[in-house]
Design a protein around this ligand. Structure first.
Ligand SMILES: Nc1ncnc2c1ncn2[C@@H]1O[C@H](COP(=O)(O)OP(=O)(O)OP(=O)(O)O)[C@@H](O)[C@H]1O
Length: 279
């Protein structure tokens, strides 16, 4: 789980901000399947493959002229986004629209030095349940590792351990290697660790909703107190009710581009209408 090294320094509370201007990001495809995509593009005499009919999936697949025919997926295209302290922003859109890629850019996992991405404030990211944990270490050892990584003292780590133990309720599993955990158990541990500190900018992918019903209730309470203390929340989820509950603003992404950006109610209404019309 990427409980994110806190990439940026703390700034005075209430002054955090995110500024992205004209950001594009593509992924070259080196997999064997790229060859058949390339053939298809040549056959159709096109440089871009789009799914023009029906609901979309994924970014545009394209062939760049003059680049020995490498096939790319355009994950983000000309994205400009400005977020100020106090905003709770939800990213919505079809599978492969670019939501997670955008979150990863904000977490500096992709393009950490991009000149058109400015993040002002201390960031924590809950993005990936499988990264950041040492699978061979126990839950308890991972807590210590995370505490050391964040520069905590021994006393602070002890406090962290007690706090996460009480929250995650993993009982004897806390002393077993993480590789033996189910996905939900990893989420409990990672979520517990990540939410013991209040970052100024919190980035979340939807996986955190995957715990069982008992965990979800406690997780929501805990998240509420963390979110109340943060300047900015950026979250992606396909659970529209979650976004309606948490977000003041929605950014609707489609094939790597921003289709609509505005107050939650307006964007949700348009998104639902679009989904209904393509059903
Ligand atoms: N590491 C990668 N290598 C190649 N292509 C990638 C990579 N990561 C994402 N993509 C492509 O970029 C596009 C955007 O993916 P992304 O994961 O950002 O979508 P998403 O909106 O989060 O989708 P979902 O709702 O399904 O999680 C997709 O077409 C995906 O195939």
């Amino acid at each position: 789980m990427s409980t994110s090294p806190l990439q940026t320094r703390r700034v005075p509370n209430g002054t955090s901000r995110i500024d992205i201007d004209h950001l594009s990001l593509d992924f070259p495809i080196f997999h064997g399947g790229a060859r058949s995509l390339k053939k298809m593009l040549f056959k159709r005499g096109k440089s871009i493959l789009t799914n023009a009919t029906g609901p979309r999936t994924g970014g545009q697949v394209q062939l760049r002229p003059g680049e020995s025919g490498t096939v790319y997926v355009q994950a983000l295209e000309d994205v400009s986004l400005h977020i100020r302290a106090g905003e709770r922003v939800g990213l919505i859109g079809h599978n492969g629209a670019g939501k997670s890629t955008l979150l990863r850019v904000l977490a500096s996992i992709y393009m950490p030095d991009a000149p058109n991405v400015h993040i002002h404030g201390q960031v924590a990211a809950l993005l990936d349940v499988n990264s950041g944990m040492n699978q061979e270490l126990t839950g308890r050892e991972n807590i210590t590792l995370m505490g050391r990584h964040k520069g905590m003292t021994t006393a602070q780590i002890k406090q962290l351990e007690q706090d996460v133990e009480a929250f995650a309720q993993l009982e004897t599993f806390l002393d077993l290697p993480v590789r033996l955990y189910s996905t939900g158990m990893r989420i409990r541990l990672g979520f517990g660790i990540a939410t013991t500190m209040t970052p100024q900018i919190l980035l979340m992918d939807e996986w955190f909703m995957a715990g069982d019903v008992h965990f979800q209730e406690r997780a929501e309470k805990r998240l509420a107190s963390v979110v109340n203390g943060t300047d900015i929340l950026v979250i992606t989820s396909h659970a529209l009710g979650v976004l309606e509950k948490w977000c003041t603003r929605l950014v609707w992404m489609e094939a790597g581009r921003i289709r609509m950006d505005g107050p939650t109610r307006d964007v949700m209404q348009a998104y639902r209408a679009s989904a209904a019309s393509s059903a």
